[in-house]
Write a new protein. Structure first.
Length: 263
């Protein structure tokens, strides 16, 4: 008889849910593109349960993480920091990981990991620069889809520096480049390098060691990943489960906690 656990990661811009069987097999997962303070978390949970015909009562343990984790007090058995959950998820996907760069909707985290456990971390200040939100703003100004940024940036033929690390000033820089009829693809490439330079500055504060893994929604942007590889001088590994990493870590911790209860 399998033991099912549920991990829920409520971010600022998306709600993710992962169901595990016996602490190792991903049975179901969901992502709803709205986060804390919305119906997103509840919808993400419902989708995961319904997709495999399970109910909340079938779950041995439910653990919530992320920016909005405290909003699930009536559903989750426990809440945990997303830092621990991201370290746990990344170590499950990439055993031997030492550095995790997580770029979410509103923050950037760099974690140092030893034997699957986080030993140090650094986070950006409360500023959108270098985050998913920053890329959303830039995509809107450029009138392109955020999911097309990686592909478009790869077609760039010359370097355009976007020097400002502030979202508001960078937006002005982009508008002025557009006014000068600079190719959008070159501007996008410049934006990717601007994000990478900011994230690399953070990463160097905790130190970067192989194996380096990138998680969070921005890890799906190949342009940012490539620019960050250049900045750090390390190969960066990503997974198709990149956006589910925090929820996966939460589901793994849920299984551990369930086992402790049974001991």
């Amino acid at each position: 008889m399998s033991i099912f656990t549920l991990g829920i990661d409520i971010g600022s811009t998306a709600s993710k849910c992962v169901m595990l069987a016996d602490g190792k097999e991903i049975v179901s997962k969901s992502l709803v593109a709205v986060g804390a303070g919305t119906s997103g978390p509840q919808r993400a949970i419902s989708q995961v349960l319904e997709s495999v015909g399970k109910t909340k009562e079938d779950m041995a343990y439910v653990l919530a993480t992320g920016y909005g984790r405290n909003s699930l007090e009536n559903i989750a058995d426990h809440q945990m920091s997303e830092l621990s959950c991201h370290a746990k998820g990344a170590s499950f996907l990439f055993p031997g990981v030492h550095t995790v760069v997580d770029i979410g909707g509103q923050d950037v985290k760099v974690l140092q990991i030893e034997n699957g456990v986080m030993t140090n971390f650094v986070m950006n200040d409360k500023c959108a620069a270098g985050t998913g939100r920053f890329l959303d703003v830039m995509a809107r100004v450029l009138e392109v889809k955020v999911e097309d940024l990686g592909m478009l940036g790869a077609q760039s033929t010359k370097n355009v520096a976007i020097s400002s690390t502030c979202t508001v000033f960078a937006e002005s820089e982009v508008i002025s480049q557009l006014a000068q009829e600079t190719d959008k693809r070159d501007i996008i490439n410049g934006i990717h390098h601007s994000v990478a330079a900011r994230v690399a500055g953070l990463a160097h504060r905790v130190g970067v060691r192989d194996l380096v893994v990138m998680t969070g929604g921005v890890a799906q942007n190949s342009g940012v990943v490539k620019a960050l590889e250049e900045e750090l001088g390390h190969t960066i590994h990503t997974s198709p489960l990149t956006q589910y990493n925090g929820a996966l870590g939460a589901a793994l911790f849920a299984y551990q906690r369930y086992q402790k209860q049974q001991a």
